[in-house]
Design a protein around this ligand. Structure first.
Ligand code: 5GP
Length: 190
């Protein structure tokens, strides 16, 4: 997506060798008009699938997932990371190693909101090593639901997540794939 790549080039900050900060429009301040364009782009790629739910993980996946769900007119379910007293007793859970926190957490979804009738599109902001997406796929399997595919705003192609998912035959649509980056330059896959 050209406008996304332009925006990453103009506004993103590279931290160390493998973290990209896009707080201007995605991860802290959210540009809702731009997110609408992103949602529409995902819709173009997955509109032929009979999607019933969009699944993401809190917190930064929620805005993109909602923007996408506006086009599909289906509910968004977001997996919770935090321990909460008001989460239902019956939950699907998966242990996920967090790339940004460098620690594991339990991803949880109430069994009320996913079941075997669901055909699910996973949406997330970033794809790095694929652990978050793999956790969501695990939860979809536990629910007996089916997976339509995975939509990612920014894939870091130099990390292994995208390749691993595609090797499993999963349709992965990433709107921008970064092949290399440092503080002076971001190289996109064409
Ligand atoms: P993975 O599970 O694929 O290793 O990492 C993906 C998750 O970590 C995403 O949900 C995203 O929130 C976070 N993440 C991974 N890499 C980055 C990054 O470079 N920048 C930001 N802002 N988040 C990232």
């Amino acid at each position: 997506m050209r406008s996304l790549k332009d925006r990453i080039s103009a506004e993103a900050i590279v931290i160390g060798t493998d973290i990209l900060k896009v707080d201007h429009f995605l991860n802290h301040q959210v540009d809702v008009d731009f997110l609408q364009e992103i949602g529409q782009e995902f819709y173009k790629h997955f509109q032929d699938e009979p999607i019933t739910k969009i699944l993401t993980v809190e917190a930064s996946g929620i805005a993109v997932a909602v923007a996408t769900a506006m086009f599909f007119h289906v509910p968004v379910v977001f997996a919770k990371k935090s321990v909460s007293l008001n989460l239902d007793q019956e939950t699907y859970t998966s242990e996920v190693f967090s790339f940004t926190r460098q620690t594991s957490y339990l991803m949880k979804v109430s069994s009320r909101y996913l079941n075997r009738q669901d055909h699910v599109l996973i949406i997330d902001d970033f794809l790095a090593n694929g652990r978050a997406v793999q956790g969501m796929i695990d939860i979809i399997h536990q629910a007996g639901a089916s997976l339509a595919g995975v939509g990612i705003v920014i894939e870091k192609g130099f990390q292994e997540g995208g390749q691993r998912l595609r090797e499993q035959g999963i349709k992965v649509v990433s709107l921008a794939i970064i092949d290399a980056m440092d503080e002076n330059h971001i190289q996109f896959r064409e």
